[in-house]
Design a protein around this ligand. Structure first.
Ligand code: ADP
Ligand code: NI
Length: 222
């Protein structure tokens, strides 16, 4: 199969799998990550665009959150799909390695990504967690989980392990402190870092306005 045909078939497959998914991993998240990743790859020298596209498209298939924390499901689904398309084994192994190393695991866990393609896809995924889209996804996720927007009595905590991060049920605004505001400094590529700077400032402004409105002090500003 030609590379373009593999990309097209994979995009269709992922769209069918994730259409209508309600917790922030819907098809349009994949679509944005795919576009972000392609843009970053176009700016960074030496990236294999085909690998970047495949990994971006498949990165949330079988996410561990939908399989009771079993993080072998994702790579297995990716492997089965790519075997159906008769993609060679070495490439399948590379895509699986990227997909299984991608997720954010809390403030205390660093994420080494051995390949440039993996670093690009991770940056692209993280860009979609911040900025205007990131804010929207975060509150959509919080609503899906039935959480409060904010509670002034609950101070944000930084989790130093994945278990604590995962089982946290704090109000949605806390997610900015445990993850979103930390992502800018975790970008691997300079292209993504520059994009992240803008999105980061947008979130900071959002938080300032949010607290001002919460306390009815926004009339004092501007
Ligand atoms: P990733 O696919 O990068 O691993 P997640 O699956 O952790 O991201 O999260 C999917 C979306 O839901 C992201 O926008 C993320 O920031 C958001 N999210 C994850 N955990 C929470 C939470 N505890 N509260 C609010 N939003 C969350
Ligand atoms: Ni994702």
């Amino acid at each position: 199969m030609q590379q373009q045909a593999i990309i097209d078939a994979t995009a269709n497959y992922v769209r069918e799998q994730l259409e209508g998914e309600g917790s922030g991993h819907d098809w349009w998240h994949i679509y944005r990550v795919w576009k972000n990743a392609l843009y970053i790859a176009s700016q960074e020298k030496g990236a294999d665009t085909f690998k970047v596209e495949l990994a971006a498209l498949l990165h949330d298939i079988g996410d561990h959150k939908f399989h009771n924390g079993d993080d072998t499901v994702g790579p297995r689904m990716v492997r089965e799909w790519l075997e159906r398309l008769q993609v060679n084994n070495a490439l399948i192994a590379e895509i699986c390695a990227i997909v299984s190393g991608l997720s954010y695991r809390g403030a205390g866990t660093s994420s080494a990504m051995p390949t440039l393609e993996g670093r690009i896809v991770q940056d692209a995924d993280r860009l979609d967690a911040i900025g205007a889209i990131g804010i929207a996804r975060t509150f959509a996720y919080g609503g899906h989980k039935g959480r409060e927007l904010y509670n002034p009595a609950i101070a944000p905590v930084l989790h130093d392990n994945f278990e604590a991060y995962k089982s946290n049920t704090a109000p949605t605004i806390n997610h900015f402190y445990e993850k979103l505001l930390l992502l800018k400094d975790r970008m691997h590529t300079s292209t993504a870092h520059a994009m992240a700077e803008k999105r980061h400032h947008y979130m900071k402004d959002f938080l300032t306005q949010f607290y001002a409105e919460w306390n009815a002090t926004d009339h004092l500003e501007g």
